[in-house]
Design a protein around this ligand. Structure first.
Ligand SMILES: Cc1cc2nc3c(=O)[nH]c(=O)nc-3n(C[C@H](O)[C@H](O)[C@H](O)COP(=O)(O)OP(=O)(O)OC[C@H]3O[C@@H](n4cnc5c(N)ncnc54)[C@H](O)[C@@H]3O)c2cc1C
Length: 474
């Protein structure tokens, strides 16, 4: 086999593997290099997302939701269950099986699309050559007209709370506890901290979340964040805002923490500590010194609006570059870059990327928050609708939260939609479509929505923008 390709992708996460498949679909001879080693010691494609991110976290969120529902939802349906137990080996084993199914699926997709996989650490050399160092230290060099860097991200480590893989863990560690920790500390009330904190809280752990920022979920719309905070607190998550971790020390089978807030220093002892304070672009060993590829002040690969690095034939996508660290953002960049390379018109609309947090209730949004519109001086109208007035949500006993729609005061164009409630991860898609088509709240208000469905909350919120919601006072 010739070692000259049209495209080499470094990294097989959702950005890289999607780029590789799309490039191959477009008739380009494509290779994909990845160094991720799965639990069985073998190459596992799919990156953070499939191995230790999106997919395993959703598997555990779903299992723990089922367990929690036995005592917190089923009684309202007149159903009681006694002595429910979690078999931890089966709980984690189910997650591992799903991960294996999906990482193996990527290998099959590579085969079907004729993408050549290489296992090892890839380093970009000058002249679009890639040196691959295998696990055994063996080296080989391949080259291509185009190289796409998709090396992803890794968890940020705090110098005073270093990961030890046992007591102080990152996301991968918190997806693999062998028993439910009695007391779990979580540093960071972001998406990962809240999702994984919820998993263990639902199984009975006492969870304390320590967040340095004074506002809860600052990126979300403030009304939505307020409802979510109230619900999470009701569920038993102790969320400390404006609280900074000062030190964490593992002693015997415990972690002793000190955090500081406006009232002074506080001590806390937990059995496990998850540090989820964010992720950083991962470029360690990725670039030879003379490639000309630049990194910004946060260590991200610098790219233009077409994900080009400025070095002939070198592109970068996903968590390793600017923009939200979301799997679907990286995948769409991957498709766009493959299409640009093939001379087609790639496109990613950053203004309509949906955000989802898979807690209970779920949180989802797209577009601008009310605070952003105020800061930008954009005139807007607001429509809201509570799930408490949605028949389907009440029938499900999940009638918590609301849909909030923001539309331009003069043109009525939808500028942002924010939701907290049941299955809003799915409901947001309708709003993204409307926004992508530059739709107005009137457009959504005039569309027939099936009854009884959760989507009626979107319909009524759109009607409410014009103060004509039917099932609530306006
Ligand atoms: C717990 C958790 C839950 C998450 N949940 C969600 C979610 O629900 N929805 C969502 O959209 N996002 C979620 N994310 C974020 C999502 O996982 C990332 O945005 C996404 O994986 C980024 O994709 P990527 O391809 O850019 O990088 P990655 O997925 O990080 O993949 C990069 C790959 O490149 C490999 N690599 C790096 N350098 C080299 C090199 N030099 N040579 C060879 N290989 C290399 C890495 O080993 C890895 O396999 C979650 C993340 C975590 C941690």
């Amino acid at each position: 086999m010739s070692d000259k390709f049209d495209v080499i992708v470094i990294g097989a996460g959702p950005a890289g593997y999607v780029a590789a498949i799309r490039a191959a679909q477009l008739g380009l001879k494509t290779a994909c290099v990845d160094a991720f080693v799965g639990k069985d010691g073998k190459q596992a494609l799919g990156g953070t997302c499939l191995n230790v991110g999106c997919i395993p976290s959703k598997a555990l969120l779903d299992s723990s939701k089922q367990f929690y529902g036995l005592s917190h939802n089923l009684p309202a349906h007149g159903i009681s269950v006694k002595d429910a137990k979690v078999d931890m080996a089966a709980f984690i084993g189910r997650k591992d099986k799903i991960v294996k199914q999906f990482t193996g699926g990527i290998a099959q997709l590579f085969k079907a699309n004729k993408v050549t996989p290489f296992f090892g650490k890839g380093k970009l050399l000058k002249g679009n050559q890639v040196e691959i160092t295998g696990n055994d230290g063996a080296r080989q060099t391949i080259s291509a007209t185009n190289v796409i860097l998709a090396s992803g991200s890794v968890p940020i480590e705090l110098p005073f709370a270093k990961f030890d893989g046992k007591h102080i863990v990152d996301n991968a560690g918190a997806l693999d506890f062998t028993e439910v920790p009695k007391r779990l500390g979580v540093i960071g009330a972001g998406v990962i901290g809240l999702e994984l904190g919820s998993v263990w809280n639902r199984l009975g752990a006492e969870v304390t979340v320590i967040e340095a920022l004074p506002d809860f979920l600052g990126a979300a719309d403030a009304d939505i964040a307020k409802i979510a905070l109230k619900e999470f607190t009701k569920q038993g998550l102790a969320i400390k805002l404006g609280a900074k971790l000062a030190k964490a020390e593992a002693k015997k089978n415990e972690v002793h923490l000190t955090y500081e807030d406006k009232d002074g220093a506080h001590d806390l002892v937990v059995d496990k500590l998850l540090v989820a304070v964010g992720r950083r672009a991962y470029t360690d060993g990725l670039l030879a010194e003379d490639t000309g590829v630049k990194l910004d002040e946060r260590g991200r690969i610098v790219v233009d609006e077409h994900n080009h690095t400025g070095v002939d034939g070198v592109w970068a996508i996903g968590d390793a570059v600017r923009g939200p660290m979301l799997a679907h953002k990286g995948s769409e960049e991957g498709v766009a870059v493959a299409e640009w390379i093939a001379g087609k018109a790639g496109h990613v609309d950053f203004d309509t990327i949906p955000w989802v947090i898979y807690t209970e209730p779920e949180i989802a949004w797209a577009g601008k928050t009310e605070k952003q519109l105020k800061e930008e001086g954009v005139p807007y109208k607001v429509g809201t609708f509570p799930f408490a007035a949605i028949g389907r949500a009440v029938a499900m006993n999940e009638a918590v939260g609301q849909v909030k729609m923001l539309a331009h005061a003069e043109t009525d164009r939808i500028l942002g939609v924010h939701m907290v409630g049941p299955c809003v991860s799915e409901l947001i898609a309708e709003c993204v479509v409307a926004m992508e088509f530059k739709g107005s709240s009137e457009d959504l208000a005039r569309i027939v929505h099936a009854h009884p469905t959760l989507s009626e909350a979107v319909h009524e919120a759109a009607l409410s923008v014009d103060k004509r919601a039917i099932h609530k006072g306006n």
